[in-house]
Design a protein. Structure first.
Length: 217
């Protein structure tokens, strides 16, 4: 039987490093030094002293280890503001308005005057008719309404409107910026009705008839 070449025989006796199995396991991380532990202790001391939640987690952790910080809570979106509901609207009855219009026609001929084409009359004729209409309208207001000013101050005086003033009784004009209180000049005192004394209506009276038709026999 032929003998193997000495070089080949020697090579067979040398183990292949690439085929060797290593039993080496990675060593754990190196523990911090004494001075490193001092810095870590100061960091832990500051975290516990400055945050009550961190101190509570430190006490709850076995062995006093520093647990990881709890995640910050997700931001909660604020609810969208809801608009205040509009006040309900009420339907005003037409009888009182029709009754007032009938009185103005009876005492001031208001409907007749406003129905005329004033272009057919001279200024003197229009002025004379307007005087009669004015006197009749004033008579109706005096007899059936007690009308008083909204503001007691003299027109042209300076007044102050506090926060929460009645916007239905006072209208603010001009350069309106911001929120009350406001200070301004009284241009018109306004009017409000203190009492109404309209005539009583007979049962079955048709208020839609403002003025009856007139037939001369």
């Amino acid at each position: 039987m032929p003998r193997a070449h000495p070089a080949l025989a020697g090579a067979a006796c040398v183990p292949d490093p690439s085929m060797a199995t290593s039993n080496h396991t990675p060593s754990p991380s190196k523990p911090p030094s004494f001075f490193g532990r001092i810095g870590l202790a100061f960091r832990a001391f500051s975290a516990v002293l400055g945050d009550a939640d961190t101190a509570a987690r430190f006490l709850a952790e076995p062995g006093g280890a520093m647990p990881p910080a709890a995640p910050a809570p997700a931001p909660v979106a604020a609810p969208a503001p809801t608009a205040a509901p509009a006040p309900p609207l009420r339907q005003a009855g037409p009888d009182s308005a029709l009754q007032l219009l009938s009185l103005l026609q009876r005492d001031a001929r208001l409907i007749d005057f406003t129905s005329e084409n004033l272009a057919d009359y001279s200024d003197a004729q229009v002025g004379a008719a307007a005087r009669l209409v004015h006197e009749g309208c004033a008579k109706v207001l005096r007899e059936h309404f007690q009308i008083v000013p909204v503001r007691a101050e003299a027109e042209g005086s300076r007044i102050a409107l506090p926060a929460g003033y009645d916007a239905a009784a006072v209208r603010v004009t001009g350069n309106v910026v911001g929120q009350p209180p406001f200070n301004g000049q009284l241009r018109h005192r306004g009017w409000r009705v203190a009492q109404v004394t309209l005539p009583q209506l007979a049962e079955g009276h048709d208020t839609r008839v403002l003025a009856p038709a007139e037939v001369e026999l």
